[in-house]
Ligand binder design. Structure first.
Ligand code: SF4
Length: 299
């Protein structure tokens, strides 16, 4: 495994550093909380790495997978056979959410992630498989924001102590905090490259999700708007998912009291895939979004 320059330890093996960080932040072992790590397990290669790292570190942890209803069948089957996995099934579906939100999920409006995947783990210390190489947006996150409100929560982390313990730029990027949901997020493999990941998994005999052998480089929801052009490849393999999106878009049009120029689910699907531009009347306005928010939250 490749080495990384760390301002505390100097050149250090990435696996060793990840294990040390997991031990240092472990909620139960350090007495910071009575609840173990909440490991966000997606069924992808990066989450296999954090699953194995938590075992190697010997820290108490729970594996949690949030089923999104748009996962590939291979991912569902792969996740189910992971020992000790907890699977949370949502009380809604991607297809009903599209109708309810009156728009398809987009790169900028990822309501599906917040409703189907990120509602859980409040007041927990969460371990993720986030890697900088994987997401430029995530890279810009800050290390840790001291937060008065958070220190009153059940998971009591001493923010000041954390900053002192990790007072260098490398480590400042592996711990984050979601103030709104009272979550502390640990990203132990934030600096790992894709080859680090595969080298580690091969060393520990983990073949990971079978979809990687079928041309997938990412195994999230089928049709995820974050994927762009690779969605064509996904919909070719899973045409039923394409039909389910089109059907949901049609219901979205039919059940929306606000009439627009969208006529068919196919038309919305083509716009969603970036094939056509919407007309003026097909676009939702800021005033309409505010109206919906007032209605939804009874303002
Ligand atoms: S489609 Fe993409 S943005 Fe939506 S829940 Fe799935 S992974 Fe998240």
């Amino acid at each position: 495994m490749s080495l990384i320059e760390n301002t505390i330890y100097g050149k250090i093996d990435k696996v060793e550093l990840a294990i040390m960080n997991l031990k240092m932040m472990a909620p139960i072992e350090t007495g910071r909380s009575d609840k173990p790590y909440y490991v966000a397990y997606s069924g992808g290669k990066d989450s296999d790495v954090i699953r194995i790292l938590c075992d190697l570190a010997g820290v108490k942890h729970e594996l949690w997978h949030n089923h999104t209803t748009a996962d590939a069948p291979e991912t569902v089957r792969y996740v189910r056979q992971i020992p000790g996995i907890n699977i949370r099934y949502p009380d809604t579906t991607m297809w009903d959410l599209i109708v309810k939100k009156k728009m398809p999920p987009t790169r900028l409006v990822r309501y599906c992630c917040s409703e189907l995947k990120e509602r859980n783990g409040n007041d927990r210390v969460i371990v993720t498989g986030v890697r900088r190489e994987e997401s430029r947006n995530r890279e810009s996150r800050k290390f840790f924001e001291s937060n008065e409100k958070y220190t009153n929560k059940r998971v009591k982390l001493d923010a000041e102590q954390l900053i002192l313990n990790n007072d260098n730029t490398e480590n400042r990027e592996i711990v984050e905090q979601c103030i709104r949901q009272g979550k502390v997020i640990i990203n132990p493999i934030i600096d790992w490259t894709e080859s680090d990941v595969w080298e580690f998994l091969s060393h520990y005999g983990c073949e990971s999700n079978p979809l990687y052998k079928c041309g997938f480089d990412r195994v999230g929801c089928i049709g995820c708007p974050m994927v762009n052009k690779k969605r064509y490849f996904e919909f070719d393999r899973y045409p039923k998912y394409k039909q389910m999106y089109i059907h949901a878009f049609q219901r979205m049009i039919d059940q929306n009291e606000r009439k627009s120029d969208w006529k068919t689910g196919e038309e919305v699907f083509a716009w969603w895939m970036g094939e056509i531009k919407p007309t003026y009347k097909q676009q939702i306005t800021i005033a309409e979004i505010l109206d919906d928010l007032r209605y939804e939250y009874d303002l």
